[in-house]
Design a protein around this ligand. Structure first.
Ligand code: TGC
Ligand code: FAD
Length: 395
């Protein structure tokens, strides 16, 4: 018979004891991001969401100081943290709000990564240290009004004029567009898709915010308008010469979402659990009823499963074993689970579930963007489907 100590008590908010899967260093980093979110995001984010405004220029330097902007990149003022540590940061940020995780994803995984992976040494020196500090904000323009899931159909063109490039076209749904100091813009050339580093004050480059969103309201979303924007040859990302360039950046941001979605789900589950234990109906807490317990049990299961999947993908990435198809499975599974948890939690809260006094409907609405951007659920299902069948079904 085993003489091992009795297993620890069940902790409802860490049912499987998954904290044990983290190193001390990972837990310390996670705790500091969690504290930042508790102090700097949670008290205000309901109001930002309601107003459709977010103080990006104040948040960015604070996030830079926290060390999360481009934290998984090496050099140029970036922390060089592990992929798992970066994922855990995304999880905590998105437990606050998907818009805040988006700000960090777009900055670190899209704009900074594009320059870090595909840029020249001069571009890296010019932009990355300031972006890591949150002193310069970046955006990433791939999607267009008529080209979202199929970025290869983009109409924005870059043509040569002597040594210069001339960019013409329009980008749509661009996070941080109007607050960005620099835009990484993808355009079709005679030789395939190229990326360009476009400073905000370049003549011919303007932005226009998209309003009336009912999702991700604590995030700036804009159109980028490029009217014969003249750029020097040095503005092109020298190493990116096909769709592989932008798609490689998407892998990084999608990886952050695999973890981030867990944060949104966890916040919804915890809100529902706390509420169910306190809310009285028919003389007892609603948590005492079988039907609410079934919902809470499923939510706990989904949060724990999603955490395990995220951590597994994080460890794979740190070992150099992660393929884009794995990331697609993670984004598909975890965002779907998070949406399910959010919708269930919203019902547990009854009428209170439809107000911004509680975080649940905000997360639920945000997740409708998360399931769409960075590749829709359909796109990721087709990537996974293609990998398991060997048959490509996009076209
Ligand atoms: P396909 O012919 O398959 O590939 C073209 C080239 O790209 C390579 N490739 C990849 N490389 C790196 N990572 C990946 N995930 C890659 N997928 C493909 C491929 O090997 C090929 O390379 P090469 O060297 O031979 O040229 O491309 P396709 O046109 O058939 O498209 C495939 C598809 C549908 C999977 C892709 O286009 C796709 O992922 N579409 C979804 C678009 C998307 O996710 N857009 C997101 C925009 S950014 C955003 O939403 C930010 S939201 C804010 C936030 O993140 O918080
Ligand atoms: P479409 O591609 O038109 O898809 C419409 C529907 O058709 C979807 O259900 C889709 O799954 C389905 N569909 C498409 N192709 C197929 C197929 N082959 N088979 C079956 N079904 C298919 N983009 C950026 O570049 N940068 C950003 O910073 C950015 N931020 C965003 C922020 C927000 C809040 C939102 C909502 C979007 C953002 N996007 C950004 C755009 C986002 O990436 C796109 O919306 C997304 O890629 C989907 O493109 P689409 O909206 O054009 O939908």
């Amino acid at each position: 018979m085993s003489t091992a100590a009795a297993p620890p008590e069940i902790r409802p908010k860490d049912f499987l004891g998954l904290d044990h899967l983290l190193s001390d260093e990972e837990r310390d980093m996670r705790d500091s991001v969690r504290a930042f979110v508790a102090n700097e995001v949670v008290p205000y984010v309901g109001d930002w969401f309601e107003a459709g405004e977010v103080p990006v220029s104040e948040l960015a330097p604070a996030l830079g100081k926290l060390g999360v902007l481009g934290m998984h990149l090496e050099g140029y003022g970036c922390a060089g943290a592990s992929a798992t540590a970066y994922g855990l940061a995304c999880l905590e940020l998105e437990a606050g709000d998907s818009g805040i995780r988006s700000l960090v994803s777009v900055q670190g995984s899209l704009a900074m990564y594009a320059i870090w992976r595909w840029g020249s040494e001069d571009q890296k020196q010019e932009w990355l240290p300031r972006m890591a500090a949150g002193e310069a904000i970046g955006c990433f323009g791939l999607t267009e009004p008529d080209a979202g899931s199929d970025p290869g159909a983009m109409r924005t063109r870059a043509r040569r004029d002597g040594a210069d490039w001339i960019l013409h076209g329009q980008k749509m749904w661009i996070t941080n567009g109007s607050v960005a100091d620099v835009a990484v813009v993808w355009a079709m050339t005679d030789d395939g898709v190229r990326g360009f580093v476009v400073p905000k004050d370049t003549p011919g480059f303007t932005t226009q915010d998209i309003h009336k969103k009912l999702s991700l309201r604590a995030s700036v979303t804009s159109e980028l308008l490029l009217d014969d924007v003249r750029l020097p040859a040095s503005a092109a990302l020298p190493e990116a010469t096909s769709l592989r360039g932008p798609l490689s950046c998407l892998n990084e941001a999608r990886f952050g979402i695999v973890f981030g979605a867990v944060g949104a789900a966890r916040a919804c589950y915890e809100a529902a659990l706390d509420y169910a234990l306190e809310r009285m109906a028919f003389g007892r807490p609603i948590a005492a009823t079988q039907i609410q317990q079934a919902k809470l049990a499923k939510m706990a299961l989904q949060v724990n499963q999603a955490t395990l999947l995220a951590l597994h993908l994080g460890r794979m990435k740190d070992e150099g074993l992660l393929r884009p198809e794995h990331v697609s499975m993670g984004k598909l599974g975890n965002v779907d689970a998070a949406l399910d948890v959010a919708r269930s939690a919203r019902q547990v809260l009854g009428a209170n579930g439809v107000t911004l006094e509680y975080p649940v409907i905000r997360h639920m609405n945000n997740l409708e963007s998360v399931v769409t951007y960075e590749g829709t659920a359909d796109v990721h299902a087709l990537v996974v489907g293609g990998a398991v069948t060997g048959i490509q079904a996009f076209r």
